[in-house]
Design a protein around this ligand. Structure first.
Ligand code: G4P
Length: 527
């Protein structure tokens, strides 16, 4: 039987992994690739990512490799158990929270990986807040169970207290570290034993109606087993109820225990995840219309632009989340911002180890469009009629500023080109002063500047001088209100890319002083 558009969309699972650096995001991604058959050997993602540019994983750029952090968001599509799973990677470093924020706009669920030896770490909390703000379901994977970590009860309590979300343990560890026996799995009504090889019958043992393992097994004598059973049953009686609707609304997080490194508990997690995570939902337009994913009309929005992903090709890719309909190669769409027609001829899909020309993509999928500079972050594209505009993507108000000047006046052209292209990626914002047209960069985190400078040099051959201006408070005003006399050394007047006037205040004192002096002027910020 022919698969309908609805059938295809129902099998889409598009999610992001959020975690503090080193919690195990890469390792668990790799396990997913392994189970889906996309790779054959563990270690492939990291090894290839680090040693060559061949693997389309996170480590695209030199800066990332040098610093050992993942800066950009990558996308991977794999087939897992009949589901089309799209993983959108998020940068772990806090300087990239804006990028992460936008990435989370393009997914339907988040997987939160926590190092069970460390519990909730600062970046887990920040990313959780962003995901939670989106109201998407959040699945928790307590990782590194092969090591001694915090008490499982404490981990779950911390999750609830620090993050303020209700938790529902899907399974419960029977011991940990050297003493890890397995998982007591009430959700699947079974015990999953560790280290029993390939034979499923030896790994999974069903529970009887009393929640006990039926039959004679040595491990039943162990206090670790009885303790886990008691803890899990206590939690199920006294804790939160399993509730699919609350999971879908992001109010209850299912918690899984396991070890990404050894693969233990990963398949159990993935199976439950594809079952419980939502397929693509309707998208709301700027004028409050609901676009159903199964609509015939193709719609999507650009959540990320990445220049020069492959240094050999100097390409620039716009990442599009498809919101409705089905992609067809060569189709014509309208770019909402300009009203111009765009042919989707050079597109790509991000498979596990390669980039391939996009062939079949439907709502929920992410495609890359090779672009020469017409597309911006937040752009909506749609086929046919009526016109569709999705709401603008959130932008953070930058807090740090740098003056930037080219070192070599002979290379002005590449400097301007690099500035224009890198700014469109959205990680950094650019302002010009009114008279001298000097460039000022604004960012949320310091690392953005370093990467910007590095990329200008390596990708555009433009060496720049960066002069720190420190932190400032950026406030926009209505152009009609503008009076150059309002500017002083404590509130530098600049204009943004769209020529809107912006004051960069020295501090809150300067801002308040301005407000007192000009009570009728409205000062606005971004997010
Ligand atoms: P990240 O992407 O979230 O930053 O974390 P990543 O997967 O790179 O994992 C960070 C470190 O934690 C790696 O060790 C990895 O092997 C280890 N790790 C991940 N999952 C587990 C687990 O379940 N158990 C244990 N014991 N370790 C785990 P590394 O030494 O920093 O890197 P590597 O050289 O081993 O690759």
């Amino acid at each position: 039987m022919q698969e309908t558009l609805a059938d295809k969309i129902n099998k889409r699972r598009t999610f992001a992994i959020i975690s503090h650096p080193d919690a195990g995001k890469t390792t668990i991604t790799e396990q997913l690739l392994l189970y889906s058959g996309a790779i054959r050997q563990a270690g492939t993602v990291k090894a290839k990512g680090k040693k060559s540019n061949k693997f389309a994983k996170s480590d695209w750029m030199d800066v990332e490799k040098e610093r050992g952090i993942s800066v950009t968001s990558s996308v991977m599509q794999v087939d897992y158990d009949g589901y089309q799973v799209n993983i959108v990677d998020t940068p772990g470093h806090e300087d990239f929270s804006e990028d992460t924020y936008r990435t989370l706009m393009a997914v339907d669920a988040a997987v939160m990986v926590i190092d069970s030896g460390k519990g909730i770490e600062p970046q887990t909390k920040r990313l959780f807040e962003v995901a939670s703000h989106r109201g998407i379901p959040i699945f928790t994977f307590m990782n590194k169970l092969d090591r001694d970590g915090l008490e499982p009860l404490d981990l779950v309590a911390e999750l609830e207290e620090v993050l303020g979300i209700d938790a529902y343990p899907m399974n419960w560890p029977m011991g940990m570290g050297m003493n890890l026996l397995g998982l007591y799995d009430l959700y699947n009504q079974r015990v999953e034993l560790r280290g029993k090889g390939e034979d499923e019958a030896e790994v999974y043992i069903d529970l009887d109606e009393n929640g006990e393992v039926a039959g004679d097994y040595d491990f039943k004598e162990s206090s670790i087993y009885t303790q886990a059973m008691e803890d899990a049953q206590l939690l199920h009686e006294a804790g939160n109820d399993f509730d699919r609707e609350r999971i879908a609304a992001g109010q209850l997080t299912p918690v899984f225990f396991g070890s990404a490194l050894t693969g233990f508990g990963v398949q159990t997690f993935l199976d439950a995840f594809v079952d419980l995570a939502p397929s693509p939902k309707p998208t709301v337009t700027a004028d409050d219309r609901l676009i159903e994913p199964t609509d015939d009309q193709f719609t999507g929005f650009v959540f990320k632009i990445q220049a020069n992903m492959n240094p050999a090709h100097r390409d620039r890719i716009a990442f599009i989340r498809i919101c409705s309909g089905e992609f067809e190669k060569g189709m014509n769409v309208t770019l909402d911002r300009t009203g111009k027609t765009l042919r989707l001829a050079h597109t790509t899909q991000f498979m596990a180890d390669t980039r391939e020309e996009a062939t079949e993509a439907v709502a929920g999928d992410i495609i890359g469009l090779y672009d020469t500079g017409t597309i911006q972050i937040g752009d909506t594209i749609y086929s046919g009629k009526p016109a569709v505009t999705f709401p603008p993507l959130p932008q953070f108000t930058p807090e740090l500023f740098m003056k930037v000047t080219p070192k070599n006046v002979m290379k002005q052209k590449s400097f301007h080109k690099g500035m224009a292209q890198l700014v469109q990626e959205g990680a950094i914002q650019v302002y010009r002063t009114y008279h001298t047209e000097d460039y000022i960069l604004g960012a949320v985190g310091q690392l953005q500047f370093e990467i910007f400078q590095h990329r200008l040099l390596h990708e555009y051959n433009a060496e720049v001088e960066m002069t720190p201006m420190g932190s400032k408070i950026a406030r926009w005003i209505d152009p009609e209100d503008l009076d150059p006399k309002m500017s002083s050394s404590r509130n530098l007047l600049v204009k943004d890319l769209e020529d809107r006037p912006v004051f960069l205040f020295e501090n809150t004192f300067a801002e308040n002083w301005f407000k007192d002096k000009h009570p009728d002027i409205e000062l606005t910020s971004l997010l």
